[in-house]
Write a protein that binds this ligand. Structure first.
Ligand code: TYD
Length: 208
């Protein structure tokens, strides 16, 4: 979305890559500097989205891959129209955990659907909305799995997928970043949280 007053930043990466920690650090830094920040996420950044989140993450049993793709796209359509666009129109900074790149990586490469069709579905759902900046926290799936194991929380449907699923997701993310280098900042998520936060701040500062 160009020619809008706010700034829209999305965070992407595999499960366990540290997106939430970075969103918290960046959110505090921006708020301390006097900006109005809206922290949100997909799936589940709206009232309808919370219902969809429960299905996609906690439904017992399989969901047909195309149905899963449509559920994420439905969440996204409602979220962008009711939460993201209004905040950007008010001139706020929207800091968002996951967006359409997650669908291309997880439903496209992970579930082996056509990545271009998945992207087009999301672009249709959101009338073409794209973030100003997407931070990709890139991490080897084996290292990510160790982090998730030590967090000692039950796995959701996607986290429980096997290693080769997560390897395809990672490779798809890197390909997306390679295709749109102006939108993406790719960071090695094995770095310390503080140094990652510093790199993200350096990239965002000129956009403020
Ligand atoms: P979440 O608990 O938000 O995980 P994380 O903290 O790792 O971001 O769960 C989101 C899960 O949903 C995550 O495994 C990725 C998956 N997902 C998709 O498969 N497609 C999508 O379009 C989105 C937004 C998320």
């Amino acid at each position: 979305m160009s020619a809008r007053p706010g700034l829209w930043v999305t965070l992407e990466g595999g499960d366990g890559s540290g997106k939430t920690t970075q969103a918290e650090l960046l959110g505090s830094w921006l708020t301390d500097a006097g900006h109005t920040v809206l922290r949100t996420r997909e799936p589940g950044g709206s009232d309808v989205g919370r219902l969809i989140r429960d299905i996609v993450l906690h439904h017992r049993g399989d969901i047909a891959p195309r149905a899963e793709a449509l559920l994420y796209a439905a969440d996204r359509a409602h979220h962008v129209e009711n939460v993201v666009r209004p905040a950007l129109d008010r001139g706020e900074i929207v800091l968002q955990d996951r967006y359409l790149d997650s669908s291309v990586a997880y439903q496209g490469a992970g579930r082996v659907l056509d990545g271009t069709e998945i992207r087009d579905l999301s672009l249709w759902a959101t009338e073409g909305a794209l973030p100003d900046l997407t931070v990709l926290l890139d991490l080897d799936p084996a290292a990510a799995r160790q982090r998730l194991d030590s967090a000692d929380k039950p796995f959701d449907r996607l986290e429980a997928e096997k290693q080769d699923f997560h390897t395809r997701v990672r490779d798809a993310y890197l390909a997306l970043a390679g295709a749109e280098p102006d939108r993406f900042l790719v960071l090695d998520a094995a770095a310390s949280p503080d140094s990652l936060a510093e790199s993200i701040r350096a990239r965002i500062a000129p956009l403020l």
